[in-house]
Ligand binder design. Structure first.
Ligand code: MTE
Ligand code: MO
Length: 428
């Protein structure tokens, strides 16, 4: 089976330890030369710009920061040089390091990426959105024109329907980034899709809208007008600034709670139609082969799902004692209402605390105080949403969907803590 969302090429670290060691020793040398030649105030800023390595920064950081003036104001901020969280990248996707994040917002620079044929470079002045098909008046908009419409902002997660897909047939990813990193939450700003469609005027026969991207994949999906949420946005901003190129600059569709591929990036065309267009993305891809040989199609809403992000695969517990179990839960059908955590592989469950704010179609942070006795433990989380839907076990999911499925795996994840405190991905 060949599948665009399948191959999670073994994530490669962007640089080997050896290479970065070399760079550091060279940087140290450079820095000594540099310090010998000049030490103006501007020079101090330059040291920071030139030697971003954490080791160098640690060795040059003053013992008492209250006795040395800090670096100067900067025009565009960057994180502390001591912080290293990274997306894990393969050529067509990158994964959010969920285990290294706090709260519910994903920093834009760490939002997961999924693209079928690269990130296009689009000059916003040249970009157009065409609205045509079964409309009273075909229309073309520039991004500036779309920005003049009443603006709306909302937080929402986007999850790729291929997230955790590899986990259908046995535990594969070693970290939560590898098993669940294709989901992120941002604040999105744009104009309501309904506002723009109203402007063009929908003809009575129109019941689907085709959304097309301006990338080399020209990703195209048919969306049923009757199902599409009212708060669907044509977005131009993410976390307060223009969309990142990876997220669809200068314009993307955001359908809150729907599978990522329906949120067409680099959006250039909306065509009103009587029937779905049956594009590649809704026939060959993004369908689920069921045990009876039929294919589930147009499975837009993301089912409730949760995962413990800490302790999670690849982490090491230092010593027995108090540990706060932390994780994320989300659902495409509104709000998360409840999360249970088990530390004994699902034999007993305890209600976790939901951290405010609990917003619809958003990652929701949950926490549970745990005393690790130093014995083997299996950590699981199970969420419920406002429709009463409860996150299934993988066994339950396979009983309904069979072994040929890949997309929409929202099963309960298990992390095994061994006596040494090492945490591993297991299926029980
Ligand atoms: N034009 C276009 N839109 C696209 C894609 C694409 O390849 N081209 N990928 C889709 C898929 S499969 C997903 S999961 C989401 C990912 O959004 P993100 O990269 O902003 O996280 O974008 C969707 N929109
Ligand atoms: Mo996706």
């Amino acid at each position: 089976m060949k599948n665009d969302d399948h191959p999670l090429a073994k994530a490669t670290q962007s640089h080997s330890a050896e290479a970065s060691e070399k760079r550091e020793s060279k940087s140290l040398l450079d820095r000594r030369t540099f310090l010998a030649t000049g030490s103006s105030v501007l020079g101090i800023a330059a040291v920071h710009a030139f030697f971003p390595s954490a080791t160098v920064a640690a060795s040059s950081s003053p013992k008492d920061p209250t006795r040395t003036p800090g670096s100067l104001a900067s025009s565009y901020g960057t994180r502390s040089v001591f912080e290293q969280a990274q997306r894990l990248t393969s050529s067509t996707r990158s994964l959010t390091p969920l285990q290294q994040l706090s709260g519910i917002i994903t920093p834009s620079a760490l939002h997961f990426e999924r693209h079928h044929n690269g990130v296009p470079l689009i000059a916003p002045q040249r970009h157009r959105l065409l609205v045509h098909g079964l409309v009273h008046q075909p229309m073309m908009f520039t991004v500036e024109e779309l920005k003049r419409f009443p603006a709306q902002s909302r937080l929402a997660f986007i999850e790729c329907s291929g997230n955790s897909g590899k986990e259908w047939n046995g535990p594969k990813g070693s970290t939560v980034q590898e098993t669940h990193g294709l989901t992120s939450t941002s604040e999105w700003t744009g104009v309501a899709l309904s506002t723009v469609l109203q402007e063009a005027g929908i003809q009575p026969e129109a019941s689907w809208v085709l959304a097309e991207g301006s990338d080399a994949a020209a990703l195209t999906r048919s969306i049923p007008l009757a199902m599409v949420p009212k708060d669907t946005l044509l977005c131009y901003a993410q976390n307060g600034e223009p969309l990142r190129p990876e997220q669809g600059y200068p314009l993307r569709l955001l359908i809150p709670g729907w599978e990522g591929n329906a949120c067409v990036k680099w959006l250039r065309r909306l065509k009103l139609m009587a029937n779905p267009a049956m594009t590649r993305e809704e026939t060959s891809k993004y369908t689920d082969l069921m045990p009876d040989g039929t294919a589930r199609q147009f499975t837009f809403e993301m089912d409730a799902k949760s995962v413990i992000t800490s302790p999670s695969g690849g982490q090491q517990l230092e010593q027995p004692g108090f540990i706060e179990v932390r994780g994320l839960a989300w659902t495409g059908r509104g709000r998360i209402t409840h999360v249970d955590v088990s530390t004994d592989g699902g034999t007993s469950w305890q209600a976790a605390e939901l951290q405010q704010p609990v917003l619809p179609m958003c990652h929701t942070r949950f926490r549970l105080a745990w005393h690790w006795s130093g014995q083997e433990a299996i950590l699981q989380s199970r969420c419920e949403d406002e429709t009463g839907y409860v996150q299934p076990t993988l066994t339950d999911l396979i009983a309904v969907r069979g072994f040929n499925s890949y997309y929409h795996n929202n099963a309960i994840q298990s992390w095994k803590v061994n006596k040494e405190g090492q945490v591993h991905n297991v299926q029980i």
